[in-house]
Design a protein around this ligand. Structure first.
Ligand code: PAF
Length: 292
């Protein structure tokens, strides 16, 4: 069945409000459209866990910073295709508001999650996470879901959303869904479509760098996080077309760098390939427990 397409905020509030009052559990999947297998895995998970699944499609200008106007302008938009894909994955409704409906007036408000947003992607894209946090807060306010689904592919975004939900005591459970990869390991992303054929063949090196880092952590080959980071960078930079941005060992909660390789960690990597910036991450657990 085709999901109901809504464009107005008041319709979304009314439809989901009535789903809640008849005892339903609303699951929200916020997206910017150009739906791929990663998004659809979130929709399928929501369909298995919630009684009403709402997918939002909104290319959020607030999260595109200086120098990213082209990315915003050329962001792939194909609502008919997205509606069909979301419906087939189990969405009950798709909320795709025009910009003037989302923000009748340019917003003066920003939601800022301090600290967490300064590093890694936040350092490379100043203001990006304020834009994400602001739109996610607004979507949660409009939809009032019990469950909200986010992919681990954007691991820092997930951490930011978790923190804002905790800090503001928003009554929603954030559900983290694993990264979906192509068979060669490349994490699915709408940016992959912008890779040339040659670039696409070398793109899985980003995943290979993370796997090399994870092996070092799990096999206790390093105690200094810097050594793991250097090894990941070396894998990336062995391919001249890659320009590494960061390769980092972090604590999964606040994304800070640990003193030593110990406990449960997350490996993050970002690199430019041609004109396309790719990000990816993997969990890694050291046999050494983290010191209290
Ligand atoms: O991950 C995304 O697609 C976006 O950052 C989100 C969460 C939909 C906010 O615009």
């Amino acid at each position: 069945m085709t999901a109901t397409l809504l464009e107005r905020r008041d319709e979304l509030v009314a439809v989901l409000g009535s789903a809640r009052s008849s005892g339903g559990r609303v699951g929200l999947v916020p997206t910017m459209g150009a739906l791929h297998g990663g998004h659809l895995s979130l929709v399928r998970r929501a369909a298995a866990e919630a009684t009403t699944v709402a997918v939002t499609i909104y290319v959020n200008p607030l999260q595109f910073g200086k120098g990213e106007d082209q990315d915003l302008e050329h962001y792939p938009r194909d609502l008919d295709r997205d509606l069909e894909a979301a419906s087939a994955a189990g969405a009950d409704l798709v909320f795709a508001p025009p910009a003037a409906e989302m923000w009748p007036e340019p917003p003066l408000t920003r939601v800022h999650v301090a600290g967490l947003t300064d590093r890694w992607e936040g350092a490379a894209r100043p203001g990006h996470f304020d834009g994400v946090a602001t739109i996610v807060t607004k979507l949660l306010a409009l939809a009032g879901p019990c469950l909200a689904y986010f992919g681990e592919k954007d691991f820092q975004q997930l951490a930011v959303v978790r923190r804002l939900v905790a800090d503001l005591s928003l009554p929603v459970e954030v559900v983290a869904c694993p990264v979906v990869r192509d068979p060669d390991g490349l994490a699915l992303s709408s940016r992959n479509a912008r890779l040339g054929a040659e670039e696409r063949t070398v793109a899985p090196r980003l995943y290979a760098a993370l796997l090399a880092g994870r092996r070092m952590v799990e096999d206790e080959e390093a105690t200094d996080p810097g050594d793991v980071e250097a090894a990941m960078r070396a894998v990336l930079e062995a391919e001249a077309r890659f320009e590494a941005d960061y390769a980092a060992v972090v604590r999964p909660g606040d994304l800070s760098r640990p003193e030593a390789v110990a406990g449960t960690l997350r490996l993050l990597a970002a690199a430019r390939l041609g004109g396309v910036r790719l990000i990816d991450n993997l969990p890694a657990t050291s046999p050494h427990p983290e010191e209290a």
